[in-house]
Ligand binder design. Structure first.
Ligand SMILES: Cc1cc2nc3c(=O)[nH]c(=O)nc-3n(C[C@H](O)[C@H](O)[C@H](O)COP(=O)(O)OP(=O)(O)OC[C@H]3O[C@@H](n4cnc5c(N)ncnc54)[C@H](O)[C@@H]3O)c2cc1C
Length: 472
């Protein structure tokens, strides 16, 4: 009979927490999940649930040859090795198995794989029913396995004895456990923490968060008592934002042309969003989308066909921002500039007129050539800017999709202290951790893949402490 209330307590019921709970339970542990909100699922239930994983049976069924080694290579190269390498190795080795584990538990995936970023073969798995379906299925399996859930319990303290973590507390209510898994998500919903730990999104001035209210970064506070190490400063994913309203749009439509403050084009406008985030940083986090009236009318009529990427199951038929009705409305609010000539438009936008004029001429030349000889955008998205009125809209990478600064872990998901030593009894996974998501978001599915894969690892590690009383 255990001396504890539970073998394992998991803090948070998102993809990371549910995966940890189910994995610990599969390894024979008694498990309690403590959730601050009155609803299961955190940001994971709002998410697309797209998951990156390599060498899966789903890929093989589609004839896609891939491997965890290739994923590791892509991940590390894109991030210039500025990540916790051994953790990323574990993540990439096990991500494919984690996708299949979800499948074994009843998650269904579309039989169409998508590219998440810049990989050479598609390896993003799209669950039918998005993130909510993954959460629902994991929750159901946890309940069947006897995992207990306590909703409305916002953990504010760890119980620590002899420098080891032995439970959690909300005020005076204590629950003891052989080990604790922190899976409490990021801090995107906390303005103060976003300012302090993710300044490159906060300092855009238009910053807002698209995830769940529970992402307040509590763990960064309640793990101070055990001197947990924080890593991954200023990391997360920023999406382009138009400041029209707070409805996020993961990709900008491919027909738009982006120019920088000098009036020059600087990228393939259909670059994956993880790459686009970095491209905007190079431009001082400001760009302008330029187009003419005819393109706007055509794109409004064509709708979704103007996006580079279409996610299976997506019902979106029209851009929420880049359509005639919204642009005309935002024109009245002064958030769109319009002019009869490109030179006048440049003056209104505050960019040098001559470079903008020559950029527009170059775009029209590329359209005539049917080839983007400068930035390699797929020719099907090349559209001329030739007939006034001409429009310009400022964009900034201000949409905070998720945060990636958090607890430093090792490859077994053990939380490390300021000296780099594992804190006995404490594990973590998902958005609450740092050093796993790098300076470049590898692409769609990087975060959810991390949550499920490392959630599983954390649950297994925590259960093994319960079974043996020993770590590692
Ligand atoms: C709209 C949207 C779409 C996205 N789409 C994708 C995608 O398709 N693919 C992808 O890879 N990534 C995507 N992301 C990012 C990804 O979904 C998240 O990073 C991931 O789901 C986070 O999971 P998590 O389990 O770490 O945290 P969460 O799912 O946020 O769960 C954490 C839970 O912990 C709870 N909690 C917090 N503090 C406490 C406390 N003190 N005590 C108890 N409980 C606490 C929270 O209430 C929450 O329920 C998306 C994000 C958003 C917002």
């Amino acid at each position: 009979m255990s001396a504890y209330d539970f073998d394992v307590v998991v803090i948070g019921s998102g993809a990371a927490g549910l995966s940890a709970a189910l994995a610990a339970s599969e390894d024979g542990a008694s498990v309690l999940v403590a959730e601050a909100e009155s609803i299961i699922g955190g940001s994971s239930r709002l998410s697309g649930g797209l998951m990156m994983g390599a060498g899966t049976r789903y890929q093989r069924e589609l004839g896609i040859e891939d491997s965890s080694e290739a994923l590791f290579h892509d991940y590390m190269t894109l991030n210039q090795w500025k990540v916790e390498s051994a953790v990323v190795e574990r993540l990439t080795q096990r991500a494919g198995a984690a996708v299949e584990w979800l499948g074994d538990h009843g998650v269904e995936f579309y039989d169409q794989m998508v590219y998440g970023g810049d990989e050479t073969v598609p390896r993003v798995h799209c669950p039918i029913g998005r993130g909510q379906a993954v959460v629902d299925i994991l929750y159901a399996r946890c309940r069947e396995a006897g995992v207990e859930f306590a909703l409305g319990q916002r953990i504010d303290r760890l119980i620590v004895q002899d420098a080891a973590v032995h439970g959690v507390a909300v005020g005076d209510d204590e629950i003891t456990a052989g080990s604790v898994v922190v899976a409490s998500g990021g801090f995107g919903a906390n303005d103060e923490k976003r300012r302090e730990l993710f300044p490159s999104v906060y300092d855009t001035g238009w910053s807002y968060y698209i995830g769940a209210d529970g992402a307040r970064g509590d763990a960064l506070d309640f793990t101070r008592d055990v001197d947990a190490q924080i890593t991954g400063f200023d990391r997360g994913l920023r999406l382009l934002h138009t400041d029209f309203d707070r409805m996020y749009e993961a990709y900008i439509p491919g027909w738009l042309v982006l120019v920088n403050r000098e009036g020059r084009r600087f990228c393939n406008e259909t670059a994956p969003y993880g790459i686009m985030d970095g491209l905007l940083a190079e431009q001082g986090d400001v760009a302008f989308a330029i187009f003419d009236h005819r393109r706007l009318v055509e794109a409004t009529e064509l709708g979704v066909a103007r996006y580079k990427q279409s996610i299976p199951g997506s019902t979106k038929r029209q851009s929420p921002h880049w359509n005639l009705d919204i642009i005309e409305m935002m024109l009245k609010e002064g958030k769109v500039q319009v002019a009869d000539t490109v030179i006048e438009l440049a003056v209104k936008l505050g960019v040098p007129p001559a470079p903008l004029q020559s950029t527009v001429e170059r775009v029209n030349e590329l359209c005539a050539m049917h080839e983007d000889a400068d930035y390699l955008k797929d020719p099907k998205f090349l559209e001329p800017i030739e007939e006034g009125p001409f429009y310009g809209v400022e964009v900034r990478p201000a949409t905070c999709c998720f945060t990636a600064c958090g607890l430093r872990i090792d490859r077994d998901a053990r939380v490390l202290d300021a000296s780099g030593r594992p804190i006995p009894g404490l594990f973590a996974a998902g958005e609450v951790t740092g050093g796993v998501i790098g300076p470049r978001y590898v692409g769609s599915g990087n975060s959810y893949g991390n949550c499920v894969t490392m959630g599983r690892v954390a649950g297994q590690s925590a259960a093994s402490v319960a079974a043996t009383g020993q770590e590692g």
